[in-house]
Design a binder for this molecule. Sequence first.
Ligand SMILES: Cc1cc2nc3c(=O)[nH]c(=O)nc-3n(C[C@H](O)[C@H](O)[C@H](O)COP(=O)(O)OP(=O)(O)OC[C@H]3O[C@@H](n4cnc5c(N)ncnc54)[C@H](O)[C@@H]3O)c2cc1C
Length: 416
Amino acid sequence: MGKKVIVIGGGIIGYCTAWYLTGSGHEVTILERSRADDSPSYNNAGMVVPSHFIPLASPGIIKKGLVWMLRADSPFYIKPRLDASLIRWCWQFYRHANSRHVRRAAPLLAEMNQLSRCLFQEITDGLDARVNFKSAGLLMLYATHKGEEEEKETAKVAASLGIEAKNLNNSELNELDSNISYKAKGAVYYPGDAFLDPAAFMKSLEINLKSRGVEIMKGMAVRDFIYENRKIHSVLAGDRFFEADEFVLAAGIDSADLAKKAGLDIPMQGGKGYSVTIDNPGKMPGICSILTEARVAVTPMGNKLRLAGTMEFAGKDVSVNRKRVEGYLKSVAQYIPDISYGILKDKTVWAGLRPCSPDGLPYIGRFNRYPNLIAATGHAMMGLSLGPVTGLIVTDLVNNKMPSIPVRRLHPDRFH
Ligand SMILES: Cc1cc2nc3c(=O)[nH]c(=O)nc-3n(C[C@H](O)[C@H](O)[C@H](O)COP(=O)(O)OP(=O)(O)OC[C@H]3O[C@@H](n4cnc5c(N)ncnc54)[C@H](O)[C@@H]3O)c2cc1C
């Protein structure tokens, strides 16, 4: 018999979870704080990336980060502040930024991302064509010799994990995507990756979920948990109590503060990123790309082009740092001259927070203290990509089935 499930948070993780729960016969209500479609789930770079198997906490990142910290227009920044949760997070991050952790985490992320990529195909088949799901792959563009060496090294690891990767020089790159001209030195091409318009995906998913009987209540911020013994009995949202058999915590970066209300601790920091979207920019790439040294994502979405970048750890501040935005937008022309700063500079900038765990792995699993509360958060820069597989794992947990992906390393209590 189906269970009653409350999903807290109507972002990509909440929607994908509802998709698989309802497909499995459960009665699902999503409680979403916002009435506007303004979360990272709508404004991200739209990349579905089996090629992204290296967690943020990896060797070399700390040295690179320290160098970047010295530049006002760099793509990475940690705002120094005396905040116990930030200090603890940084310590955990430091402990995981090594090759031993990457050796353990990479196969798991690769397996999750590859399964999720297949699930995207299934989900998007039944959605609106405006989702623009394109199985055209991803280019990791590099402009320098050092960038080339690093990307080729990653491509070797990808191959060892069964992920197809092709090295392209500049002329092979321009031949592969003749829609636009590339100045980059070369690229590693991952043909198995894909991209879509995330806002169109969310909207089409929402219509589909409602037609399957999922109740989506917007403007409903969950404020507290009511518990009895070792069970969550209900949540308080607005001035109403919502009872259920199972609760899924999928509130993005706010999941950490909400967990605290139940006396639970999931270390997370918001990684601020920006995106700028231009309509009909003239020339458009046919394949999405990451400008590796500049850390910028470039994605065609129908007749729109989105450029996303930066990772700033500045608490929950989502104000726009113009210098940093200018820095990342100006770097694009070094790789793709047709996308000049002139066409980008006066566009509206969206800013939002990626929910980042210190080890770069999401939190997916039942909390020990309240086993009917399931964490589904902490996906950092892979939340779109890992949305479907997360929904599938959570549904297996609700069904008391062993998930097809081993979830021990994703346990929400793993830092205790
Ligand atoms: C610039 C940028 C580019 C990115 N590009 C990519 C990409 O190309 N590919 C990729 O895979 N990932 C990308 N990401 C990451 C991805 O967007 C996130 O990992 C993903 O959106 C996380 O989804 P979520 O549902 O956990 O959180 P969110 O998208 O933050 O959604 C959480 C929802 O919970 C709601 N909520 C919060 N508190 C409460 C509460 N108390 N009660 C009820 N509801 C609440 C919020 O309003 C929100 O709607 C990018 C992120 C950024 C910032």
